[in-house]
Design a protein around this ligand. Structure first.
Ligand SMILES: *Cc1c(COP(=O)(O)O)cnc(C)c1O
Length: 398
């Protein structure tokens, strides 16, 4: 991660196909496109890669989450359980539908704690959304069982985990619906883009129509198509899809590189007493997009993070102190700072955030550092980096 590091002639060729015939739209223009259907081809390629029946390509990962929820009928006033540690897109996507994000603790997988999920279920709960943060996953069997028992929709945000698996199944393909992002920094990039995947034909049809103004996509005359329900424009362009099409074919190569770099760094750090690693559930295989490790306490994590910055170790994050990924700094959500009025129902639904504490999440996130694994490093660079990281950690812990 990120895939842009290794752009090659493969991406250039796919983009040129689109520029050569001038059709940037993914639907229609049949006579002009010279047989090029990049979005459709990317959907087919993703269906094979992710071992799923249906893929709907959309404009972003954030859109994918909104569309996944909407496709299964989640909307106004419904509660959606989500983790305290994720990207802000999770609650944005829920609130766009007038639904209520219910934040709960994570465990040492850095994903939803099944016990916290079960404790948060109310008669208004409609869905549980696990976010497979930093290339790994939550306890999928336990979470799936809770959803079955309580008849809840199960959604998997695998935006940061493409290429990871659980019991041999691709992450994103395990829940009722899976969401992916192909934004500029993801392992597979389109520039901007995302996907909803599912084995449910009804959810898929809904996602297909909803992401294109409600068009039913029957026949090949867009003007004559009907609109079974209201939609919006969450389409991806052919240019974006072209980049992704070249990239996704290279996923096995990217994962292999990530794993190699990750392993060198992890082996080096694991020699240090006091350093531990996140739990990967039994049967799980990470995508190796990030290496996450724990230090003994908040103070040592802050020290190591500062030492990394001083010593040029870039792309490592202490999420406890950053604005994007952890509930601690989500003041705009807690204070309900919205451009447009939020419904009384959602306001009431969010009141719990004024007082709720996340001690168990703090326990993990305060001590966690998360290092992005780059694709473009040479083996020599990774080894030097490993040495420097070990020095920084040892010094901070001494
Ligand atoms: C990147 C990301 C998103 C949002 O994807 P965009 O394509 O940037 O909208 C959602 N969830 C997670 C976990 C992400 O990392």
């Amino acid at each position: 991660m990120p895939g842009f590091e290794l752009f090659s002639d493969l991406e250039r060729k796919e983009v040129h196909d689109v520029l050569d015939n001038g059709v940037l739209m993914r639907y229609g223009f049949d006579g002009m496109r010279n047989g090029h259907w990049k979005a459709k081809e990317l959907e087919a390629e993703l269906a094979t890669t992710l071992k799923t029946n249906h893929v709907q390509l959309v404009s972003s990962g954030t859109a994918a989450v909104s569309i996944a929820l909407a496709s299964a009928g989640v909307g106004a006033g419904d509660e959606v359980i989500m983790p305290s540690f994720t990207f802000v897109a999770s609650f944005e996507a829920i609130m766009m539908l007038g639904a209520i994000p219910v934040l709960v603790d994570i465990d040492d997988t850095l994903a939803l704690d099944p016990k916290a999920v079960e404790a948060a279920i109310t008669p208004r709960t409609k869905a549980v959304m696990v976010v497979q943060m930093c290339g790994s996953m939550g306890h999928m069997d336990a979470l799936q069982e809770i959803c079955r028992k309580h008849n809840l929709l199960f959604i998997e945000d695998a935006c940061q985990a493409i290429g990871g698996t659980y019991n041999g199944k691709p992450l994103g393909s395990i829940a009722d619906l899976g969401c992916f992002s192909f934004d500029f920094v993801k392992t597979i990039t389109c520039g901007e883009g995302g996907a909803v995947i599912t084995n449910n034909p009804d959810y898929y049809r809904n996602a297909d129509h909803f992401s294109d103004h409600g068009h039913d996509h029957i026949g090949n005359d867009r003007g004559a198509e009907s609109h079974p329900f209201l939609g919006y424009n969450f389409r991806v362009s052919e240019l974006h899809a072209a980049v992704g099409l070249a990239q996704v074919k290279r996923l096995p190569e990217f994962i292999e590189i990530q794993k190699k770099h990750y392993t060198i760094l992890r082996n080096a750090l694991s020699r240090i007493p006091g350093v531990t690693f996140r739990t990967v559930p039994k049967g799980g295989e990470e995508s190796y997009a990030f290496l996450n490790f724990f230090l003994p306490d908040l103070e040592s994590a802050r020290k190591v993070n500062a030492a990394f910055k001083e010593n040029g170790i870039d792309a490592c994050f202490h999420y406890y102190d950053n604005n994007w990924h952890y509930v601690r700094k989500w003041d705009h959500l807690k204070n309900m700072k919205s451009l447009y009025p939020i419904s009384t129902e959602v306001k009431k639904g969010l009141e719990y955030l004024e007082t709720k504490t996340f001690e168990q999440s703090d326990h993990y996130i305060a001590r966690n550092l998360s290092c992005l694994i780059k694709l473009s490093w040479t083996e020599e660079e990774v080894k030097q980096r490993a040495e420097k990281m070990v020095e920084c950690v040892q010094k901070a812990l001494s």
